[in-house]
Write a protein that binds this ligand. Sequence first.
Ligand SMILES: Nc1nc2c(c(=O)[nH]1)N[C@H]1C(S)=C(S)[C@@H](COP(=O)(O)OP(=O)(O)OC[C@H]3O[C@@H](n4cnc5c(=O)[nH]c(N)nc54)[C@H](O)[C@@H]3O)O[C@H]1N2
Ligand SMILES: Nc1nc2c(c(=O)[nH]1)N[C@H]1C(S)=C(S)[C@@H](COP(=O)(O)OP(=O)(O)OC[C@H]3O[C@@H](n4cnc5c(=O)[nH]c(N)nc54)[C@H](O)[C@@H]3O)O[C@H]1N2
Ligand code: SF4
Ligand SMILES: [Mo]
Length: 748
Amino acid sequence: MKTRRDFIKISAAGVGAVSLGLSSLNWKGMSPLYAAGGQEPVSDEEMTAHSTYCEVCFWKCAGWTYVDRKGSIRKIIGNDNDPHCNGRLCPRGTGGVGMYNDDDRLKTPLIRQTVGGKQVFRKASWEEALDLVASKMKAVADKHGPEAFALFNHGSPGSHFKHLFHAYGSGNEGEPAWAQCRGPREVGFAATFGSWVGSPEPTDIRDTNCLVLIGSHIGENMHNGQVQEMSTAIDRGATIITVDPRLSTAASKSKYWLPIKPATDMALLLSWIHVLIYENLYDKDYIAQYAMGFDELKAHVKNMTPEWAYGITTIKPDVIRKTAREMANASPAVIVHPGRHVVWYGDDSQRERAIAILNALLGSWGKRGGFYFKESVPVPKYPQPKYPHHKWDWKDNLDGKYPLSAMGITTELLKASIPEFNCKHQIKSWIVAGTNLPLTIPDKELFRKAAQSVDFIAVVDTMPMDITGYADVILPECTYLERYDYIRSSPHREPNIALRAPAVQPKYETKPAWWIAKQLGERLGLGAYFNYNDIEEVLDWQLKKMGTSLEEMKRIGVKKYPRKSGGLYLQDGEDYEFNTNTGKIELYSTEFEDYGFDPLPNYTEHPQPREGFYRLIYGRAPMHTFSRTSNNPNLWDLMATNSVWVNPKVADLWDLRKGQKVWLKNQDGIVSDFPVEVRITERIRWDSVYMVHGFGHDNKKLSRAYGHGASDSKLITNVMIDPMMGGTGMRGNFVTFLTENPEKEVES
Ligand SMILES: Nc1nc2c(c(=O)[nH]1)N[C@H]1C(S)=C(S)[C@@H](COP(=O)(O)OP(=O)(O)OC[C@H]3O[C@@H](n4cnc5c(=O)[nH]c(N)nc54)[C@H](O)[C@@H]3O)O[C@H]1N2
Ligand SMILES: Nc1nc2c(c(=O)[nH]1)N[C@H]1C(S)=C(S)[C@@H](COP(=O)(O)OP(=O)(O)OC[C@H]3O[C@@H](n4cnc5c(=O)[nH]c(N)nc54)[C@H](O)[C@@H]3O)O[C@H]1N2
Ligand code: SF4
Ligand SMILES: [Mo]
């Protein structure tokens, strides 16, 4: 079916794939001189170093961009004083300069137009492109109210556009970091300890004696500081327990690998709680002083024995007991890691509650080697008028559904964009800044329908990513190495701030997000909210109020502040009031009960694959971040495609060979756009297949990444929604193999 907004395919030569599977906890020895290419080496003294923080993932490590006398970026290295990275960037951060060097970058503003019945993008000036976006924003505000304009965002550009949207009068913003990522964990931990986990997670891994990872694959997920601390902990002899249906890098470094049957973690967690309570292994003083609801919890898990859990999880009872005792032995220097991407099976807030309860029983929250109390410094607000009141936002469309969602739910904003859903309030237009929605949001059909329903879409990106094919106007942002952004103030053991300053001028006709937002704001008559000529003025004003200056921060990059909120840990017997309804750690959640949800977590059985199908699970590779790096020349060089991990038994059954290309078809008949290589390995259970997320791009303008590998997102059509906060559980999808080319025409 032709629609008013065809996905625009622009032809470009495809490039052959080279596959290099790399996974290691250690990236020492990676060439720090990615950027040098064939250039003559230069010494550090011949270069200037510019402060930055990395935008390749949310961890935002602070570093230095080195520029030679000719103005070429030669390398990016970590800032020694930065607690996020301790002077070492991960391979992606080191390779971040590939974002700057990528010839496929967006270079000028582009406007969609129809020529001879065919839709194409034509180059436009900034003036024309900004006038057009501002006129659309004005028209929507006049006709429907500013609330009908929605913002989808992620990362640094988002903060500038959120400011614009609040000034304009819309609170309809959503980012995938909530309902596609960590939302349930914040809900589960807030209900228990009265505090979000937040980023970076306040896990005291360097001092822990036991680290339990529930499908959190640190090492492949390159949470830089955590990976470093985990190496230290392993060297010190800490016990690592990894629960994962796949032998992840972390599992391979673990004393115990529990290859759990997917979708059954809740039963394991409840049986661990059972063992801690019924074997009297829990921290009695801590529970007596800080917690409420213990008796209810004890009664609740009475029958949730390891034998019960064995039948569900396939983990043997003696392994469950032994691992529970290991945790108790290490208590309170033990961490049951909350994970980060936790939208799995729809009961995710409850699974996170079970993880929080385990930590409470082990007395690890607020204890050395457990979770420390984080602290950040507030960044003063630059003087500006109050934001106008918006008349409605995404919450008003929910009729009380997902009451514990604290941030906009992307999928609900998509539904509100489609008239057939009959939402009380309709979304008419979007700005998308820094998120590649077609590969990020599950249920691609929902996304596609929404994109076709709205009147107008502006996309702010650095690359011709899949999302740009849906845009009416494309605004090219310069990369993080070419711009300022807001100050990074992050919660950590020591409060600290970091500065991102441009190392080089923006290439081509690209511009920073702060400038784009300001230009739009001025065109909308909102100049009072952008009352400065340059963001340098804002930063310098803020930094001076924080006892430093832009000039000093350019020299030091990172500044640390003394703590004001008290110690890192609870002292023995210290009085402490938790930010919950009762002021206690709530083993029994009064908040969940008030909203009509189970106050204690329960095991729910989830569907298992039918014969011939395998559960599709996915994760990260250390060389890539989602879909954003798959075209990065440096990182593409290290890993050019994903593969599908298949257990040898299954390979035998299907007669699959190593390296063979297959298409994957899911339970709803959806077939991957491109074939994917088979990797035969004992490291995955027979009932599941695994792939790295972020591949299978369908925009031909990505000359390296186009057509390489399969997109897990395309195959995720069954979404299991968390009733508490709207998280989109994505692991209830099953795939089978097609060994012949289905001769399916590649469409969007
Ligand atoms: N199927 C599946 N879906 C997932 C996940 C999964 O594992 N599998 N993971 C989920 C998780 S945990 C998360 S957090 C989300 C992440 O979701 P996204 O943030 O949407 O992920 P990316 O694919 O990295 O898309 C980032 C986009 O921002 C652009 N970009 C990068 N740098 C800049 C910049 O400086 N300025 C601008 N303007 N744009 C920039 C990139 O080119 C790209 O288009 O995805 C979620 N969705
Ligand atoms: N290199 C790199 N690092 C990243 C990112 C990246 O894109 N690249 N993204 C960052 C972001 S935003 C996030 S949110 C985090 C995500 O990092 P995590 O929170 O660690 O990620 P998940 O995707 O939940 O976990 C994937 C693991 O879960 C396992 N798994 C699958 N199903 C089950 C199950 O039913 N039970 C159990 N126990 N395990 C299961 C998979 O085999 C895989 O090893 O990574 C961050 N770090
Ligand atoms: S962990 Fe790696 S990609 Fe993420 S911010 Fe740090 S250096 Fe950049
Ligand atoms: Mo995430």
